[in-house]
Design a protein. Structure first.
Length: 518
């Protein structure tokens, strides 16, 4: 069945050429763009849909998200943008409402916005000694626990720091309330697991939420739980959504034994590659740096050392598996570049995840190695003041969108949700304005690294598709591409970036069929 979409303002994004008036779709594929008269002659008897003058763009891809975790988090204690007092009040309210001994789990606190130093375990002990309390930091690289949680997890004065992790301790050596990096990972993995029904509901909720932001595809960085849940959902119903899933590095050997390579699957659910952590985060001050943090002597946490990193990248690439390596600090990014260069296979599209701070000497290295810079522009705006505090003048090459593009690097944008909101309009604003949404009169941060709105939209569409080899059939609106698109109430390319604050996603289409309306 042919569907002719007319009376639109349709940008193919193949280039920033004038928009088309009409688009012809057949069985979920774009087969023509042009004037209404031209396409009516091409498809006699097609069902017509009036786009009412709305602007049409390819739908968005979130190129770095923790999708199932995000969906589960929508039903948990939310601590985003809370002061210390509000955080403790919400935890107190949750403890009062909880059954005896029930775990209290929350996410999203950001102690860097508090004027109190590091969070203390005793503050949570004062709320409850009966309920194990685990609060996950905004960046996901640190957890805050009370004594009941340490006891339930059997973390004691005698528990050693795991490789690549830290259990903070008081003067007597007893855990004081914070676990970082792999120690935090252990805590999160040990939490009571959601039931299969809860995971399915969370995945459905995440998909519907993604639609509201114009997203019809994600690259999710999770484990086998997400694979199982997504496959179960597909068995139950046709899922009008696309997922590229990466596996944790711990599963590399199993994948090598099975012979599974990057791209295995279909256009709705595919294997993307292996996710490796090189370092930690800025917020927890565990990003791996070439030089010490400002007014400090430490250089962060090396989660995977250079020798192990090189061995893992070589093993994966040698078997046709791309790597997606979390790298925040300039030392971490350099170590990843060295490992990929040593592996020597530029046919694969390996990825730097975050690529937050890259030394100026390393920026030209990505394109010759065919490395994707998978970045999250909302974090750029949100990290602004914290980064200047901890990294100072090194921030001249922080979130180097412009420099990377000028050197020919492929950008793929995402959110890292639940770390930040998956709102793409917010991400676009952050990449172009390089300031927070509520700061219209503030100067752009390190403005020399800002990019145009067209370039930012391409990073959420064509760039994200190309990062996983899907640009042959999606990411732009052109004949031969999937008809995944969104309707906007404004032509965002014809005005200042502030127009994004007045822009709404009116509808979302997947393979030419409506899946969301505002």
């Amino acid at each position: 069945m042919d569907t002719l979409f007319v009376n639109g303002n349709i940008y193919s994004l193949e280039s920033l050429s004038p928009p088309f008036e009409a688009m012809l779709v057949r069985n979920g594929w774009v087969i023509g763009l042009g004037t209404t008269a031209e396409l009516r002659n091409q498809a006699t008897g097609a069902n017509e849909v009036d786009l009412q003058g709305y602007t049409v763009l390819p739908s968005f891809t979130d190129a770095h998200i923790h999708f199932l975790n995000y969906g589960l988090g929508l039903g948990r204690l939310q601590l985003d943008n809370c002061s210390l007092q509000e955080t403790l009040r919400r935890v107190q309210d949750a403890a009062v409402a909880a059954d005896p001994g029930q775990w209290i789990v929350g996410r999203g606190f950001d102690f860097n916005t508090w004027d109190c130093g590091w969070p203390q375990g005793q503050w949570l002990d004062e709320i409850s000694t009966e309920h194990p309390i685990v609060l996950i930091a905004k960046d996901g690289h640190m957890v805050w626990l009370n004594r009941a949680a340490f006891a339930a997890l059997d973390i004691t004065v005698n528990t050693a720091n795991p490789k690549g992790g830290v259990i903070e301790r008081d003067e007597s050596g007893r855990p004081s309330g914070l676990c970082k990096e792999t120690a935090a990972d252990f805590v999160v993995r040990s939490l009571p697991e959601a039931t299969e029904d809860e995971k399915l509901r969370a995945l459905r909720t995440a998909i519907q939420d993604a639609y509201s932001y114009g997203i019809t595809a994600v690259h999710t960085m999770e484990d086998s739980t997400t694979w199982r849940t997504w496959q179960q959902l597909r068995r139950q119903a046709h899922v009008q959504f696309r997922g590229v899933l990466s596996a944790p590095a711990a599963q590399l050997n199993a994948l090598l034994e099975l012979g599974i390579q990057g791209g295995f699957g279909d256009e709705y659910l595919r294997f993307g590659g292996i996710k490796i952590f090189a370092d930690g985060s800025l917020g927890s001050r565990t990003a791996w740096m070439l030089e010490p943090y400002e007014r400090d002597t430490q250089r962060g946490v090396i989660v995977t050392d250079e020798a192990e990193l090189q061995a893992m990248v070589s093993a994966a690439n040698g078997s046709g598996i791309p790597v997606a390596v979390h790298a925040i600090g300039d030392a971490a990014n350099r170590a990843v570049l060295n490992a990929i260069q040593a592996a020597g296979d530029t046919r694969l599209r390996n990825r730097l995840e975050h690529a937050q701070l890259i030394s100026g000497a390393d920026i030209p290295r990505l394109r010759p190695l065919n490395i994707v810079a998978s970045m999250q522009p909302t974090q750029c705006a949100m990290d602004r003041y914290m980064a200047e505090t901890y990294w100072g003048e090194r921030c001249r090459t922080i979130y180097p969108f412009r420099s990377l593009l000028d050197h020919g690097t492929l950008l793929a944008f995402g959110s890292d949700a639940p770390v930040e909101s998956p709102d793409v309009l917010l991400g676009l604003y952050s990449a172009v304005a390089r300031k927070q949404w509520q700061e219209p009169h503030t100067d752009s941060w390190r403005a020399h690294e800002a990019i145009s709105l067209f370039e930012a939209v391409r990073a959420y569409t064509q760039g994200a598709a190309a990062a996983v080899g899907e640009d042959t059939y999606r990411g732009t609106l052109a004949p031969g591409k999937r008809a995944d698109f969104i309707l906007l109430n404004n032509d965002i390319f014809q005005d200042d970036v502030e127009i994004l604050k007045e822009t709404q996603i009116e509808a979302v289409y997947f393979e030419g069929q409506p899946v969301h309306q505002r």
